[in-house]
Design a protein around this ligand. Structure first.
Ligand code: AMP
Ligand code: ZN
Length: 495
């Protein structure tokens, strides 16, 4: 039986402001869309936190037995400076500054993004579509919204008519903002004379002559508005209405609010059942951001070369640090917190290594099944990783006490404990058993030396015609699946 049938998952839905029981639209399948990066710069740890948060969601849904189609886009056009309706395209600007083609910028930073996420042990999404690869679909959706009377053309651009939409639908349903509070700043207003109302947003923008990223459309040469790509790519790959949509908290408004309006306007259905928002990573209390320079890059973390760091940290330590906070809480990055996380990470890994060597007892003094369910309960409660980690440390305590003789575990319980710790630490939290692997290699080396020693002792026994001892060494090793073979060059072994 699939696990999701017995584990009741609750997800905090940003649109209702409540934790809701998760039910996918099609039994056994989940469609999940997460807004990906704008690939004009190196990702910082803040960006990584958001994608690691959704990697956790992806991993847990898969663990529960769902077949998940996870779509995460690459924004390679249309995202203007300051998230605004005017200004230069971020990619085009970087291309100008680095004297590269826009597509070179896109390629460079897409590769960087994928490499970094791989370092953090993120599982790649099922589909990673790009905005420029879906220009035709964006034009089609714009036409559809115009036909519904919810968008209008003005001077080569097309704008979504927020006021009109709001007559029958609710613009602000996600962010809770009131229409009158959504008027952008006045500096922008002057450049927005084409719009009927300042709240309106662009579906398609006319390209000025200097704008190099441009495509023909029924409204002239232009480029798509930033919000449209996500509506188009999510509906193309997941359907007009799908299960989960995620992104960073800062995307709730206007980006996701606009996505809801576009989807509803084009297709007549609410596009998403569960909206999830991952909270920000801050540095010295301020949002980590590309634009302000208040950030740490992953490569700086891995080398320790940043003024905020005293040393280098492994990706899994940073991941563990992030998992110690709930994805919906703001998390402040600091060297001290990373040091503490590193200690915790090692304590967990050490306990897992100790476990197979514990002496099995006839009875257990610890209810492993109950503990295992409490780990699931933590995850089922809106992916509550800090509670899960506290549970994992309950097990660490028991393991250390069992080693000291003050707790008892049966052989089956030791096995179950080991399996469960592996599932939650590696499969679900996505940590990499760095030290475990390392000591695995060290152990193999030590084992090799011990076998060499036994081979030497066996040779001595044979030289002394003590065949009883030499045969015993060979046979006992064979029982451990270590085969000795005598040849001209001496004795070799296979493990
Ligand atoms: P961008 O490339 O700027 O569109 O950002 C990519 C993703 O990273 C979005 O989902 C943002 O919400 C998210 N993001 C940006 N800054 C931070 C931060 N400081 N902490 C967490 N997530 C962030
Ligand atoms: Zn998006």
């Amino acid at each position: 039986m699939k696990l999701y049938k017995s584990q009741e998952l609750k997800i905090y839905n940003s649109i209702s402001g409540k934790k809701e029981i998760f039910k996918s639209q099609t039994e056994g399948y989940v469609g999940m869309y997460v807004c990906g990066p704008t690939v004009y710069n190196k990702v910082h740890l803040g960006n990584c936190r958001t994608f690691i948060s959704f990697d956790l969601v992806f991993r847990y849904l898969r663990h529960l037995g769902y077949k998940v189609r996870y779509v995460r886009n690459i924004t390679d056009v249309g995202h203007l400076e300051n998230d605004a309706e005017t200004g230069e395209d971020r990619i085009a600007k970087k291309a100008r500054l680095e004297q590269l083609e826009p597509m070179e910028i896109v390629q460079k930073y897409t590769v960087d993004f994928r490499n970094i996420l791989q370092e953090f042990n993120n599982i790649p999404p099922s589909i990673e579509p790009t905005a420029t690869g879906h220009i035709v679909e964006q034009i089609e959706t714009t036409k559809k919204i115009i036909e519904k009377g919810l968008a209008y053309e003005a001077n080569g651009s097309v704008y979504f008519d927020v006021m009109k939409y709001n007559e029958s639908e609710h613009y602000g349903i996600l962010s809770g903002r009131k229409l009158e509070d959504m008027i952008p700043n006045t500096r922008e207003l002057t450049a927005q004379s084409d719009k009927k109302n300042p709240q309106d947003f662009a579906l398609w923008k006319k390209a000025e002559p200097e704008h190099i990223m441009r495509w023909p459309s029924p409204w002239g040469v232009g480029f798509p508005g930033w919000h449209l790509e996500c509506t188009v790519m999510s509906s193309k790959y997941l359907g007009e209405s799908f299960d989960i949509h995620g992104g960073g908290m800062d995307l709730k408004f206007p980006h996701h609010e606009c996505e809801i309006a576009q989807g509803q306007a084009a297709n007549g259905v609410a596009p998403v059942n569960y909206w999830m928002h991952a909270n920000l990573l801050t540095l010295n209390g301020q949002k980590m951001a590309k634009s302000t320079g208040n950030n740490i890059l992953p490569e700086e973390l891995f080398t320790g070369e940043n003024k905020n760091l005293s040393k280098a940290y492994a990706p899994s330590v940073a991941r563990f640090f992030m998992m110690q906070a709930n994805y919906r809480s703001v998390l402040d990055f600091s060297d001290e917190a990373l040091q503490a996380a590193e200690k915790g990470f090692h304590r967990l890994m050490d306990a897992m290594l100790l476990l197979p060597n514990l002496k099995a007892e006839k009875n257990s003094s610890f209810d492993v099944e109950k503990w295992k369910q409490s780990c699931y309960d933590a995850m089922n409660d809106d992916f509550n990783t800090p509670v899960l980690i506290a549970k994992l440390f309950d097990a660490v305590k028991i393991i250390n006490s069992a080693k000291a003789g003050s707790e008892k575990l049966t052989a089956e319980d030791i096995k179950l404990l080991a399996e469960t710790l592996k599932i939650f630490s590696f499969d679900i939290l996505g940590l990499k058993p760095l030290d475990a692997l390392q000591s695995g290699n060290e152990n193999a080396e030590r084992l090799g030396k011990v076998v060499e020693l036994l081979i030497d002792l066996r040779k001595r026994a044979r030289d002394n015609r003590d065949f009883e001892t030499s045969d015993k060494i060979r046979d006992e090793l064979a029982k451990l699946d270590i085969q000795l073979k005598d040849g001209k060059e001496g004795t070799v072994y296979t493990l």
